[in-house]
Design a protein around this ligand. Sequence first.
Ligand SMILES: [Zn+2]
Ligand SMILES: [Zn+2]
Length: 272
Amino acid sequence: MEPNGELAIRIGAALSVFAVMALWEYLAPRRALALGRLRRWPSNIGLVVVYGLLERVLIPVAAVGTAAIAAQRGWGLLNITPWPAWLGPAWLEVLIGFVALDLAIYAQHVAFHKIPLLWRLHRMHHADLDIDVSTGLRFHPFEIVLSMLIKMAVVALLGVPLVAVVAFEVALNATSMFNHSNAAMPVGLDRIVRLFVVTPDMHRVHHSVARHETDSNFGFNLPWWDRVFGTYRPQPEAGHDGMTIGLPIFRDPAEARLDRLLSQPFREGLGR
Ligand SMILES: [Zn+2]
Ligand SMILES: [Zn+2]
């Protein structure tokens, strides 16, 4: 696959999902926003411009490039040995690669909460006073770079097929905007959908100001890891309308400015 083809797929998919989720949460909002869109969207979306540039300049060979090189040079577990026929069709390799990447992202997310230095980078995502589709884009550029390096390591060590990496990148981007959205979904439907993918009601618990709720529901894409590793919390204690979103720190609305978002990791100790 052409590197630019991969980029076009990612950008096209991201824009479409953003438009659909933005329309959904506008027409059927799950809860009233505290700070609203006007104060938050320019910064949350502005970040994408900042880290989009960073990603293109600093990491010209991203996860997809790593997959191509790994396949060419025979790096990684899946590339060392030919896929044995008794294990089933070869496309299972793609499935294994996809699931392994998702587990790695879950583990990385837990690490970003548990390791104080990493929490400094990640807490900016949590400091958003509302959670909607734009929160799904709101990550510190340093966190994006670190996450990309971790993904590249997993891809090289395991030899994840290129098609699995592209599918995973597109899926993670789409599910991140979906599960951060303020879109209302009937409770019965949510119960079924969250068996297969993290839903907005499930991830919203993770954005609660209460620390024991912040430290739960780490999944972004597949919802199973939280159940397997005991970090699953079905609903927020105060209910979706009653819960407070954000962190105990950085609650001044001025913190929603782009320059404040970028400087948050370097301010105010390790406080949570
Ligand atoms: Zn988090
Ligand atoms: Zn989140």
